[in-house]
Design a protein around this ligand. Structure first.
Ligand code: PBG
Length: 325
């Protein structure tokens, strides 16, 4: 008579057995690298709160995108940092604006090797730092913002963006942009809807990365971190409006939302491992308090396990190399 009868450790006895029964995979093609390009730079400028990440010049941006492609990364997501800002974010839909110029360059350089994607939001381009235009009373005007987003979407599609990342959290943004793209013949341009984007403290380092002008917060358009059902509802509405992919953001503090959204929609679900998640691991690793590589890979695997089909992560190129090597 042996005891116990049920021995769960049998499946963990060796690396070979563990490899055979692992439920979740992590592959380079499932990673998307966010990249920052700043107007007027000739050399990349380091971002203090994101060690290892830089604001790129056009040249260093191209090099970083080529590296990502060579590592097998699935896509790059571009953010532009303009030299001049104004109330309506004029740089966003100007074909000579930094984001559109950089998109054209990357589409030519790596457009066949990976999916060139662009952030579609006004916050980097406005002098008040909000994701939309302001009404007379200072509130963010949803419907006036939609007009700006439409113009931005067309500019990005014309520049060669293959996938538009709608991160502004305005109501109706997916439907109105889909209609505008189709009317101009951009029926193949993909829409990634930041469906469940929470008003999060974990965006802190990103604000430095894009020289954000924001004072105050985004709580009238981004979701309250206490709300789970509302995140699922956002994703369902965006799917209904025609989103090709929906996003949950941030990732690690919202894994429950990610799982529920994955179970609720049929489109691909992505997650954004944001700047604060990056900074936490880098800071702990720099102090010798955590095994950097193991922590990065575990975080990415866990985001996949929670339901993400792909993950936006500042470690995309490095992690892809580890996964291949
Ligand atoms: C807004 C935007 C933000 C991030 C991506 N897009 C910041 C915000 O909503 O305040 C954050 C990404 C990160 O923290 O890594 N366009």
């Amino acid at each position: 008579m042996s005891f116990p009868d049920i021995r769960l450790r049998r499946l963990r006895q060796s690396r070979a057995v563990r490899d055979l029964v692992r439920e979740t995979s992590l592959e380079p093609r499932q990673l998307v690298l966010p990249l920052f390009v700043r107007e007027g730079l000739t050399e990349p400028a380091p971002i203090g709160s994101m060690p290892g990440v830089a604001q790129h010049s056009l040249d260093s941006l191209r090099a970083a995108a080529v590296e990502a492609a060579e590592a097998g990364v699935g896509g790059v997501m571009l953010f532009g940092v303009p030299a001049v800002r104004d109330a309506v974010g004029s740089g966003a839909d100007d074909p000579r604006g930094i984001l559109n110029v950089a998109t054209e360059a990357l589409a030519a350089e790596v457009g066949d090797a990976l999916v060139v994607q662009t952030d579609l939001c006004l916050d980097e381009f406005t002098d008040h730092g909000h994701c939309g235009v302001l009404a007379a009373d200072g509130s963010v005007d949803n419907d006036a913002t939609l007009e700006r987003y439409t113009s931005m979407a067309l500019a990005q599609a014309r520049a060669g963006s293959q996938l538009l990342g709608l991160s502004g959290m305005m109501d109706g943004q997916v439907a109105v942009i889909r209609r505008a793209l189709d009317a101009e013949g951009f029926t193949d341009t993909l829409i990634l809807a930041y469906a469940a984007k929470y008003a999060s403290a974990f965006y802190g380092p990103f604000r430095e990365a894009v020289d954000s002008q924001l004072t105050g917060d985004r709580r009238t358009y981004q979701l309250d971190p206490g709300n789970r059902r509302e995140g699922v509802r956002e994703a369902l509405v965006d799917e209904q409006e025609g989103a090709d992919i929906v996003m949950v953001k941030p990732a690690m503090a919202f894994l429950d939302v990610l799982r529920e959204v994955r179970d609720a929609v049929t489109v691909p679900v992505w997650a954004y491992q944001v700047s604060g998640e990056y900074a936490m691991v880098e800071a702990a690793a720099a102090n010798g308090w955590i095994d950097r590589r193991a922590a990065i890979l575990e975080s990415l695997l866990s985001i996949r396990r929670a339901g993400a089909d792909a993950v936006l992560t500042y470690w995309a190129t490095e992690a892809a190399r580890w996964l291949r090597g």
